[in-house]
Design a protein around this ligand. Structure first.
Ligand code: BTN
Length: 256
């Protein structure tokens, strides 16, 4: 596969001095690799793309299935960079918003940052941080199904970008995503999540729907607060879910 590494590098390096782009045919996980490097003191901004991951990781300790469709069936990459936002809360939502805004109007976000197409998951985001001396280093990992993945073991079958954009190719999708993502992260570092609350609501898959949370709570989702916490209207009143350790499931979609 031919990757637009140079074009991405040229567009991003003015914003992130010292930025590099690296494409590997295979690695365990682009997040794991950048976290390993950070622990060894490597904290320069980097985009690491893998054509295949042998041990891709998802949120909540889940695995992120490796590409079973041949190279290009999924796009998997991580952006590592030193980050000093005034407030970290809402970063994952800001990243998700940038991804959907770059990809397609029909995509929605399932709190905190899963990308869904109609009623199925299309992409996932895993953000990890490391403290390296005085520096906080963020690793923002994104996995996007480009073509239809194997369905084995998934409760809800996954969606793929080619259902919306039949010509979609992983390298071009990467190029479309990275510069807006870097801008979005820089804006977030300056302004926090609050200005993104309304844009998030416009993309919110859960808004107004019955949801069940993994901690047993259920109610009607009412969007997010200015820090990106999920608001759920329950029998006991309005509750906030701030912890990304909690997963949220929507009830069946409303009938059209
Ligand atoms: C999730 O849906 O729970 C998050 C999935 C994140 C997957 C991406 S693929 C690139 C990066 N490397 C990983 O091991 N995980 C993230």
């Amino acid at each position: 596969m031919i990757w637009p590494a140079e074009a991405i590098w040229e567009s991003v390096v003015p914003l992130l001095p010292g930025f590099t782009v690296e494409v590997l045919p295979e690695i365990d996980s682009t997040n794991t690799e950048l976290m390993r490097r950070a622990r060894q003191g490597q904290v320069a901004p980097v985009l690491l793309v893998a054509e295949r991951q042998s041990a891709g990781r998802g949120r909540l300790g889940r695995q992120w299935d490796s590409d079973t469709q041949g190279a290009g069936g999924t796009l998997t990459f991580s952006l590592g960079l030193p980050l000093e936002p005034l407030d970290w809360s809402g970063l994952s939502l800001a990243v998700g918003l940038s991804v959907v805004d770059s990809l397609h109007l029909e995509l929605r976000l399932k709190w905190p940052n899963d990308v869904w197409l109609h009623e199925r998951k299309l992409a996932g985001i895993l953000i990890e941080t490391a403290s390296v001396g005085e520096v906080r280093y963020a690793v923002i990992g994104i996995g996007i199904n480009i073509s239809t993945p194997a369905q084995a073991g998934l409760r809800t079958p996954a969606a793929a970008l080619r259902e919306l954009l039949p010509q979609a190719q992983a390298p071009a999708v990467l190029e479309q995503l990275v510069l807006p993502l870097v801008h979005a992260i820089a804006r977030f570092a300056q302004n926090g999540f609050a200005p993104l609350r309304q844009p998030f609501h416009a993309r919110d898959l859960l808004y107004g729907r019955e949801v069940t949370c993994s901690d047993g709570m259920s109610g009607v989702a009412r969007g997010v607060d200015a820090q990106g916490a999920l608001l759920v209207h329950t029998a006991q009143g309005l509750k906030k879910i701030a912890s990304a350790e909690v997963s949220v499931r929507p009830a069946a979609p409303p009938l059209a």
